[in-house]
Design a protein around this ligand. Structure first.
Ligand code: UDP
Ligand code: MG
Length: 328
């Protein structure tokens, strides 16, 4: 028997959950038809939703025994959700996907075949278009991938997504990376393994709203850079050396000018400009240092990546207690 765990991080997804559940069931039935020895486990991660998501998950878990859920004590972010899912999934294979049907479940059978063939350890989709996304946003995304791939040893494919079908080996490799500042796109590619990229057109969210504002995406991309590259540190050293050379040239020029013309007073504006520029540069470089320091600070605290408030076991227990008290 082969168990496939499907991990789904959910944050305020009450509207799409029923749609998702319906779609994923179709796909699971389809796979079971072809491979009767496959079992499924649906593992939802409720990332501190403020709507009715948790109640929906409780209901699903009570009526369908292949549904499990983990509910966080607050919103920890999608990265934490994915980590919790991978940590708690029991499957021989693990799928990570969004709840909003932007990661079409219909790809799963195809992904399974790729992995079963033994040629790949992971199958994932890659967006080849960004239909439904604003032009500016797409442009910034593209620039991010360009910069990232230039300055980091870890290559991240443009349009790569978190929608992944992985073998247990790869999941264990990912779990061995216990860092607090998690940037999954980088982690997936850092661990290596043979990955099949399936190109597809972007799909819009089935219902509900995205929680990613432009600002949060920008912050996330910086996280990625600081987590997977030390190039910004090198940039600050480079700027330091560059400004040192410029100042050296200026000193020589000034001394020669003074010797030739004996005119030391002029150059007030230049002085102010240089002081301002040097001050700015220094602050900029300290800022970069600070970014790495703050990451190190958070890592060194070794805080848990997520905290669990409730799981499907609690839901089953509560129901048993209830039926017990009815009998009494
Ligand atoms: N999500 C989450 N925690 C968060 C934000 C998002 O678990 O703090 C989940 C969300 O429920 C969805 C997935 O991450 O299943 C992707 O989120 P969203 O659709 O908002 O992002 P987008 O598709 O716009 O990148
Ligand atoms: Mg989405």
């Amino acid at each position: 028997m082969q168990l496939i765990s499907i991990v789904v991080p959910c944050y305020n997804e009450q509207e799409v959950l029923p749609l998702f559940y319906k779609e994923i069931n179709k796909v699971m039935a389809q796979i079971k038809d072809k491979h009767p020895d496959t079992e499924f486990e649906l593992l939802f991660i409720n990332d501190g939703s403020k709507d009715n998501t948790l109640n929906e998950l409780r209901e699903l878990a009570l009526k369908d025994k292949c549904v499990r859920y983990i509910s966080f004590s607050r919103n920890f972010g999608k990265e934490a959700g994915m980590y919790a899912g991978l940590q708690n999934a029991k499957g021989d294979y693990v799928v990570i996907m969004d709840a909003d049907l932007q990661h079409p479940p219909a790809f799963i059978p195809q992904m399974y075949e790729y992995v079963l063939s033994g040629e790949y350890d992971c199958a994932t989709t890659r967006r080849v278009s960004r239909k439904g996304e604003s032009k500016i946003r797409s442009w910034f995304s593209r620039q991010f991938y360009k910069i990232m791939n230039k300055i980091s040893q870890t290559e991240i494919v443009d349009g790569a997504q978190d929608f992944r079908f992985m073998t247990r080996k790869m999941v264990d490799a990912i779990l061995s990376m216990k860092e607090y500042n998690r940037f999954s796109k980088g982690i997936f590619s850092w661990v290596g393994f043979r990955t099949k990229y399936i190109p597809y057109e972007n799909v819009e969210r089935a219902a509900g709203n995205t929680t990613w504002s432009f600002k949060s995406l920008f912050k996330y991309s910086l996280e990625g850079i600081f987590a997977f590259s030390t190039a910004p540190l090198a940039i600050s050293s480079f700027l330091g050396i560059l400004s040192f050379i410029i100042s050296l040239i200026m000193i020589i020029v000034t001394v020669i000018k003074w010797l030739a013309f004996g005119d030391p007073v002029q150059g007030y504006t230049t002085t102010i400009c240089i002081i301002l520029m040097m001050g700015g540069l220094q602050l900029f470089c300290i800022g970069i240092l600070g970014q790495y320091l703050s990451k190190t600070y958070l890592e060194s605290k070794k805080r848990p990546i997520y905290l669990i408030h409730e799981t499907e076991e609690d839901a089953h227990k509560n129901q048993n207690d209830l039926s017990q008290s009815y009998k009494d």
